[in-house]
Design a protein around this ligand. Structure first.
Ligand SMILES: NC(=O)c1ccc[n+]([C@@H]2O[C@H](COP(=O)([O-])OP(=O)(O)OC[C@H]3O[C@@H](n4cnc5c(N)ncnc54)[C@H](OP(=O)(O)O)[C@@H]3O)[C@@H](O)[C@H]2O)c1
Length: 243
């Protein structure tokens, strides 16, 4: 039987990279949530094992309908929440609306998807759920009150849910990357001057990462090789956090 895996943020960066890797395995049926399908049109066109779902994660109230309409007969064995947004702002500009919008995508949509994924109807015992946090979930950086707090919140979700779902041997873990070269990082670097970009890069002792550097840990956590691993935070950051 094919393994069904669900990924959010499938159209870009880390989500797209893990999707490309998973689609090499014909035993995997991949479901990917995103908005802009044009960014991965080649993956959609060339893979019969891939179903793209155009869904805006701001619409949390529509997640129930998503499971009824798209995933009614599917029991997932893996889930990776890669969708995420970032905004760098001084606290004086972090209005409740801005904080809510970051939490909506980074945290609340994940919890709502997990609410349905945790049901026996929608997941197999022994499944693996992975939430993409960030080193910023444990460390601080100026201008990142919304982002850091959202990524820290995911670590709480992971620990609590790992305990709650342990009776079904469903594992829940977080991956915490340092700076990885993706469109999200490009946007961040555009907001900074050259000196600050150089400084951020130099804070990663073995350099900033590429998406391929994050794929390995995700494959490990999805696989049975990690069947005794749950409730953990995996930093993968080129040494950023050891200083
Ligand atoms: N890159 C890094 O340096 C880094 C470091 C630490 C942690 N992370 C985390 O890793 C994850 C992936 O990052 P990335 O760099 O690969 O980001 P990215 O290239 O900017 O991709 C973000 C993804 O999120 C999706 N998304 C955003 N808003 C959405 C919405 N309202 N509804 C549905 N999907 C939405 C985007 O889909 P559409 O474009 O189709 O809307 C896109 O697929 C994020 O959670 C990020 O916080 C990244």
């Amino acid at each position: 039987m094919k393994k069904s895996i669900l990924i959010t943020g499938v159209t870009s960066g880390i989500g797209k990279a893990i999707a490309e890797e998973l689609l090499l395995d014909s035993n995997i049926q991949l479901f990917g949530i995103g908005r802009d399908r044009t960014k991965i049109q080649h993956l959609i066109n060339n893979n019969v094992n891939f179903t793209f779902i155009n869904f805006d994660l701001f619409q949390i109230d529509k997640v129930e309908g998503l499971f009824k309409e798209e995933f009614n007969d599917i029991k997932f064995s893996g889930f990776i929440h890669c969708a995420g947004i970032e905004e760098t702002l001084p606290i004086s500009l972090y209005t409740p609306e801005k904080v809510r919008s970051i939490f909506q995508i980074n945290v609340f949509s994940a919890i709502e998807l997990l609410r349905f994924l945790s049901k026996k109807k929608h997941s197999l015992d022994g499944a693996s759920f992975i939430l993409m946090s960030s080193v910023m979930g444990e460390l601080g950086q100026a201008g990142k009150v919304g982002y850091c707090s959202s990524k820290a919140a995911l670590l709480g979700v992971v620990k609590s849910l790992a305990l709650e779902l342990s009776k079904r041997v469903i594992r829940v873990n977080a991956v915490l990357p340092g700076i990885v070269n993706t469109p999200l990082t490009e946007k961040l670097f555009e907001q900074l001057d050259e000196e600050n970009v150089r400084k951020i890069k130099s804070m990663h002792p073995i350099g900033i990462g590429e998406v391929s550097d994050v794929v390995g840990i995700l494959m490990y956590l999805l696989s049975d090789k990690s069947k005794w691993v749950t409730g953990q935070n995996f930093k993968i950051d080129g040494g950023y956090s050891i200083q």
